[in-house]
Design a protein around this ligand. Structure first.
Ligand SMILES: Nc1ncnc2c1ncn2[C@@H]1O[C@H](COP(=O)(O)OP(=O)(O)OP(=O)(O)O)[C@@H](O)[C@H]1O
Length: 244
């Protein structure tokens, strides 16, 4: 699904992604790593918001380097942002509708898709609520709804569980599992390792723009390099074990 070869991104003197090569082909894949590891930058490259200085990215076998962000959306690749991009002065429904307008979906089909999406993300009861009056969870669901309504092959989510209460987190997980069962591939960035471990069949770990490990989730999360580079809590566990 995702094949990255020798990808480099530079911003002035900063190189957040440095000759990264990575292949991921799971149903739900996780991207983890410490702050500043380059995760969001990679997602920006995949969604067409950042142009790499070198390397290639293939999605579902196609070299997408020449596709603009809007073309990627039409081609089935969509993403949600870390901070939901929801307009205050549009309703939840209108915020989702924007994606259909950009794809020029015929009116009757758009109405059906919109109603199904609002139901699916649990916003049917809040469809006419203005963005300014949506709570944090509904803002997330509006953003995810805007992705889903396009009928994506791949949906990429940047820290969708950040700041959610336990019950909201459970609803998010149920939604993502349902999407995956229905055939949508998901790439998810999150610092919540329990969420990643429970949802993802494959994981990649980045650190300073380099790949630390990738592959089957259980294997990657048990990798000593990953534990040392990222999962500080395991180091604490080891220290406690040594002290005992
Ligand atoms: N537009 C930009 N201009 C300059 N530097 C940038 C830009 N975008 C990102 N960076 C830098 O690139 C590095 C990687 O940032 P990125 O946001 O990709 O990390 P991340 O792994 O998503 O971190 P976090 O978990 O904190 O969201 C950081 O050092 C960041 O400051």
């Amino acid at each position: 699904m995702i094949d990255i070869d020798a990808l480099t991104v530079t911003f002035g003197g900063v190189t957040p992604i440095d000759r990264l090569s990575l292949t991921l082909d799971g149903q739900i894949v996780g991207l983890i790593g410490p702050n500043g590891a380059g995760k969001t930058t990679l997602l920006n490259v995949l969604s067409g918001l950042v142009r790499p200085s070198a390397g290639t990215v293939r999605l579902f076998g196609k070299d997408i380097g020449a596709l603009a962000a809007g073309q990627r959306l039409g081609w089935g690749v969509t993403r949600a942002f870390q901070t939901p991009q929801v307009a205050d002065d549009l309703t939840a429904s209108e915020n989702i509708q924007v994606a259909l307008d950009s794809l020029q979906v015929p009116r009757a089909e758009a109405a059906t898709r919109l109603a199904e999406t609002l139901e699916r993300v649990g916003l049917a009861g809040h469809a006419r609520r203005l963005g300014a009056h949506l709570d944090g969870f509904d803002l997330r669901m509006t953003e995810i709804g805007r992705c889903l309504v396009t009928g994506p092959k791949l949906i990429m989510l940047d820290e969708p569980a950040a700041g959610l209460a336990a019950a909201e987190r459970t609803r998010l997980i149920d939604l993502l599992r349902g999407l995956s069962r229905a055939g949508t591939r998901i790439l998810i960035i999150d610092h919540d390792i329990d969420l990643i471990a429970g949802l993802c069949d494959q994981v990649a770990v980045l650190d300073f723009g380099h790949l630390v490990a990738s592959g089957d989730t259980d294997t990657v999360l048990a990798d000593p390099k990953v534990r040392a580079a990222y999962l500080g809590e395991f180091e604490d566990d080891d220290a406690e074990a040594r002290a005992a």
